[in-house]
Design a protein around this ligand. Structure first.
Ligand code: SF4
Ligand code: SF4
Length: 416
């Protein structure tokens, strides 16, 4: 699963969000594709396990011993990169026109090193990153390389989080292609909304699923409302709103992810956002029946239970066994008693319990609809031991029958 975190411009808090999500999601491979300002690695102490030269393009070179100073090359160069038979390497685009016209075969195109590329091993996993040379270009190719360079570490259980370049240039295109979802971080300003629109246009071209995060949402409530209205109009999912929090500055100054600050309101908001992101991704998978491994995310699965068994009738169950699934493993299991029947209450109750999925034997049509409206995936028709059923769900082999409970003896409680 690949999540790309993007923003229309720099300074929106994108890297703060990436560092925090990487901490919360745990088994994460990080790719710092913000190659013009790579700073994600600063948040982590690590060891470089690989360092290579990256050659991003070619530049023209003149062999002075062959050159007769005819200046034909100067006339043909559309980039003004040749003056007095000397190449300005910053201006040369490596098009090769000068090489073609040179009567002396004095010009050659030489591979130019544009960056050092690293794989850095940290306690929190691998980071793929680069340091570009001053004045170097070819950042799109470099981003593509950084992404390919970590493929060997992907084992189907981890998540790859990309700290994308800001803007809409070729490095952003390289960041967004072949990602499962893009999280666009924006700020509540007019330029933030404009930037958001531009990057959305780009995402649409690549048919990338998009979620929105409004950072420092409380510094301008009018603009936040405008961004939310825009998102609603475009049917875009606002995954999270992060408040202004002085702890973020402390996090940046001390180079510690915001998740290390217990009393941070931004941290809390990002943690809640991650749960909503997971929920959205699971639901989207269900709706679109994509082949992506959407289950490879953290989520809470609620099973309507009678003892250790899946309850046949959701509204009448003894309670709900809650399974916290991190990637593909159950990391915690707890139980909450059924709080009782009130129309429309159980979907809200389970949303409060932070459930992303409800599994039951049978459930009324109205209840199924209410769960979906509350962002909770519904799987019905399950029978057997709850622990086994959850394993089947994680493994992607448990299919919902969609069957509606019409048992008269339950007086419609399965519709609650
Ligand atoms: S075209 Fe060739 S020979 Fe003429 S000035 Fe350029 S490098 Fe020299
Ligand atoms: S390779 Fe192209 S851009 Fe570079 S000097 Fe030659 S003509 Fe100019």
């Amino acid at each position: 699963m690949v999540i790309s975190v993007l923003s229309g411009k720099g300074g929106t808090g994108k890297t703060t969000v990436v560092a925090a999500l990487s901490e919360i999601a745990k088994k994460v491979i990080k790719v710092d594709c913000d190659v013009d300002a790579p700073n994600l690695y600063l948040f982590y102490k690590g060891t470089d396990i690989e360092k290579k030269n990256f050659y991003g393009g070619k530049k023209a070179r003149i062999n002075r011993s062959l050159c007769i100073n005819c200046e034909i090359c100067e006339e043909v160069c559309k980039f003004g990169a040749i003056k007095n038979c000397t190449i300005d390497l910053f201006s040369c685009e490596g098009c090769g026109a000068c090489k073609v016209v040179c009567p002396q075969n004095a010009i050659s195109l030489v591979e130019e090193k544009t960056a050092d590329v690293f794989l850095t091993k940290t306690e929190k996993g691998i980071i793929s990153r680069a340091m570009m040379g001053v004045g170097s270009d070819g950042s799109g190719k470099l981003v593509t390389y950084l992404r390919k360079n970590v493929k060997r570490f992907e084992d189907g259980k981890n998540i790859t989080i990309i700290d994308g370049s800001p803007g809409i240039g070729c490095s952003v295109i390289a960041s967004i292609t072949e990602t499962d979802v893009a999280l666009i971080v924006t700020e509540p300003t007019k330029s933030g909304l404009d930037d958001l629109k531009r990057i959305l246009e780009l995402s649409e071209r690549f048919e990338t699923r998009v979620m929105i995060c409004i950072n420092k949402y409380d510094i301008n409530s009018d603009m936040t409302a405008q961004i939310e209205a825009f998102a609603e109009d475009k049917k875009l999912f606002v995954a999270g709103k992060i408040p202004f929090d002085k702890k973020v500055m402390e996090s940046v100054n001390t180079l510690k992810p915001i998740t290390e600050f217990e009393d941070s309101s931004a941290r809390k908001a990002i943690e809640e956002m991650w749960l909503r992101m997971n929920s959205y991704m699971v639901i989207t998978k269900m709706q679109n029946n994509t082949n992506h491994n959407w289950r490879n995310v953290m989520m809470r699965v609620a099973v309507a239970s009678d003892g250790s068994m899946v309850s046949g009738h959701f509204g009448h169950c003894e309670g709900f066994t809650l399974y916290d699934v991190d990637n593909v493993e159950v990391v915690n299991k707890s139980f909450v008693a059924n709080p009782g029947h009130k129309p429309g209450y159980l979907p809200v109750f389970l949303k409060e319990q932070k459930a992303n999925v409800i599994i039951a034997g049978g459930m009324g049509e109205a209840a199924q609809q209410l769960f979906i409206e509350n962002g909770i995936e519904v799987v019905v028709g399950a029978q057997g031991i709850a622990d086994d059923i959850v394993k089947q769900f994680i493994g992607g082999v448990l299919k919902s029958t969609g069957s509606v409970c019409t048992e008269h003896s339950h007086e419609g409680h399965c519709n609650d």
